[in-house]
Design a protein around this ligand. Structure first.
Ligand code: CND
Ligand code: ZN
Length: 364
């Protein structure tokens, strides 16, 4: 089957035929229907995040079950599924304490399936699976717990986006920050994930929602998803601007959704005393944020990370499906470009070049 393989950072993905072994016990063979273009894959392509190579990237996917391995009960051939990039083992401390997005075994087996082997290979060369999803391919084999069933009439591109940017962004607002009605929110980075933090804040009845981005087009686009104010750091100091918009206090909640020490610091400094700073973006490996520990104490800020929207995919992705169906989450409007798998390198140029919304591969 055809897949896009990354052999080396800073090099284009190679579209080629690779072998995909049948699913083992507890695994599911899926025909990929849609795959979103997220910056997390780009971090690996640009060498900003380390990963075992070669790898089939793609962690925002959906598809249709082709066949299942031994003992699989959650899905059957023909089912439509959202693919979760943190499938859960169900046995570790974090799974058992209700934080399946932090599954230990998943972290310990990064790049492979749970049994530490890959189903992907080329001859004798093993090819790794990004996020146990590896959806930049015609087909994939994923853990059963990484399959979240949706009804057969649910559109595949929208299902793919629930697989990462929607759940990551809306979840950051809803499950991690737990924004209270009327509060002032600032979101630094209004790309695919940031737009979903913005619409999550709108859903939770935030008072002010300030979108911060260096790209004017992204700021305009963010107004459609609920931003009430915009700030462009290339034109004004973002911290001063956010303070001015919040009566000199700073925002109750700030979110960092680009991935750099600089934007984390902006989010941190733009939060008011007692405010909450949620870091969603993945900064390059080795990047450090200079935070004054005494100010942290005296200002009682809360600084926290948020992985996969702090969501429990099996429980919370169906919530995203319901909110979309009820017209409360706009996923259609997020999808601004569609691509063929063959054009994946162009798709990554487009996200890095500043195109608004989300691109999705819909033809494999
Ligand atoms: P995308 O590229 O779509 O958006 C990033 C946005 O940040 C763009 O609109 C940029 O213009 C903007 N930006 C760049 N520099 C600045 C700046 N200095 N100030 C303000 N805005 C700026 O990326 P994405 O939305 O796909 O991903 C965003 C981050 O989230 C990225 O680091 C990705 O790896 C990470 C992420 C995290 C998780 C998670 O579970 N925590 C899941 N998926 C993606
Ligand atoms: Zn992502």
């Amino acid at each position: 089957m055809k897949a896009a393989v990354l052999y080396e950072p800073h090099h284009p993905l190679i579209i080629e035929d690779v072998a995909l072994d049948p699913p083992k016990a507890g695994e599911v063979h899926v025909k990929i229907g849609a795959a979103g273009i997220c910056r997390s894959d780009l971090h690996v392509i640009k060498g900003e995040a380390n990963h075992l190579l070669p790898v089939v990237l793609g962690h925002e996917g959906s598809g249709t079950v082709l066949d299942v391995g031994q003992g699989v009960t959650r899905v059957k051939p023909g089912d439509r599924v959202i693919l979760a990039f943190v499938p859960y083992c169900g046995h570790c401390h974090f799974c058992l304490s209700g934080r399946a997005n932090l599954c230990d075994l998943h972290g310990a087996t990064s790049g492979t399936l749970f049994d530490r082997t890959t189903r992907l290979h080329k001859g004798s060369q093993r090819i790794h699976h990004y996020g146990k999803v590896a959806c930049f391919a015609q087909e994939s084999v994923v853990p059963e717990t990484g399959c979240i069933p949706v009804s057969s009439d649910f559109p595949l591109p929208q299902a793919a986006l629930i697989g990462c940017c929607v759940t990551t962004g809306v979840g950051a607002a809803m499950y991690n920050a737990r924004i209270t009605p009327g509060s002032a929110v600032a979101v630094v980075g209004a790309g695919g994930v940031g737009l979903n933090v913005i619409q999550g804040a709108r859903l939770l009845n935030a008072g002010k929602i300030i979108a911060v981005d260096i790209n004017e087009g992204k700021l305009e686009f963010a107004m459609r998803f609920g931003a009430t104010h915009t700030v462009n750091p290339t034109i004004q100091d973002p911290v001063a601007a956010i303070k001015e918009l919040t009566g000199g206090l700073g925002a109750d909640y700030t979110f960092e959704v680009f991935g750099s020490s600089q934007t984390v610091l902006t989010a941190y400094n733009a939060a008011r005393k007692g405010g909450t700073v949620v870091v969603v973006g993945l900064a390059p490996t080795g990047d450090n944020v200079p935070i004054d520990p005494v100010a942290l104490v005296r200002q009682e800020k809360t600084l926290k990370g948020c992985y996969y929207g702090s969501a429990r995919p099996a429980i919370d992705m169906p919530v995203m499906v319901q909110l979309y169906r009820a017209g409360k989450l706009d996923i259609d409007g997020l999808i601004t470009r569609t691509y063929k798998l063959d054009d994946i390198n162009q798709a990554y140029k487009d996200i890095d070049g500043g195109d608004v919304g989300r691109g999705v591969i819909t033809q494999f």
